[in-house]
Design a binder for this molecule. Structure first.
Ligand SMILES: C[S@@+](CC[C@H](N)C(=O)[O-])C[C@H]1O[C@@H](n2cnc3c(N)ncnc32)[C@H](O)[C@@H]1O
Length: 231
């Protein structure tokens, strides 16, 4: 039996079949956890980050093509479809897709056969991905100014967007001149909110649990007046 109190959800250790009994319960999350353990390729924190982001995004934003930018193993793209079948397809892109992303995708499709053929994982620069207003852009830990590139792409297409930023860098990100009052990472994220609002977006700010990652600010935004947006 494992001691759950000592199970560090922020660990970068890979989940493996040794961890299966930590996910023995009946919940959907346990089921995802078991698939990830059997695939034996994903750092533990990536499971928790992707899950916590996906469930919060799906509470706000349903349907649309999911576009997971700087996707890494692309677990987020898959979870977005697991949680909402109204999204027909997902596209996940990264400059360096890990080799094990294919094993994880196969394991997820084995557990949820309805995912088969619906998630494309491609090696590409996120700046090159054509987007449209029906898309739902998601990105977890696009480092530093890469989060701003994700926001630029979404704004350019009037697409809904959700990001969990990391690696804030005041040299390459806009701190909105308020970093004399609040710390630079917060200044940068607040400035991102201001940018989205100025671009005609309604913004929602949340956090995922800090014990999973200290870079836990989740920013969700939808264009005001878009089909499906709140009035
Ligand atoms: C910190 S990792 C996050 C990966 C994944 N989203 C996660 O949460 O585990 C940042 C990722 O951005 C990717 N990346 C960097 N520049 C990129 C670009 N211009 N276009 C697409 N991906 C990029 C890197 O290859 C890396 O996988």
């Amino acid at each position: 039996m494992h001691d759950d109190a000592r199970f560090d959800r922020s660990s970068r250790n890979k989940l493996t079949p040794h961890d299966l009994d930590r996910f023995a319960g009946p919940t959907l999350f346990d089921r995802v956890g078991r698939v990830v353990c059997r695939a034996a390729c994903l750092p533990r924190k990536e499971l928790y980050e992707a899950w916590e982001v996906a469930r919060r995004v799906r509470r706000r934003f349903r349907g649309g093509r999911v576009v997971d930018l700087a996707c890494g193993h692309a677990l987020l793209a898959h979870l977005m479809l697991v949680l909402d079948d109204r999204s027909e397809r997902a596209l996940a892109v990264d400059l360096r897709v890990p080799e094990s992303a294919a094993s994880l995708a196969a394991a997820l499709a084995g557990e949820w056969p309805r995912l088969t053929g619906r998630v494309s994982v491609e090696r590409a620069a996120l700046e090159s991905v054509p987007l449209g207003p029906e898309d739902l852009v998601v990105s977890v830990h696009a480092c530093g100014a890469l989060t701003d590139a994700v926001l630029s792409a979404a704004i350019g297409a009037r697409a809904r967007v959700a990001v969990l930023p990391c690696c804030h860098d005041a040299r390459t990100c806009d701190a909105g001149s308020v970093d004399g009052w609040v710390d630079a990472p917060l200044a940068i994220d607040v400035t991102r909110v201001a940018r989205l609002r100025a671009a005609g977006y309604r913004v929602h700010t949340q956090r995922i649990p800090a014990e999973i990652t200290p870079k836990n600010r989740l920013l969700l935004a939808e264009p005001i007046g878009a089909a499906g947006a709140e009035p």
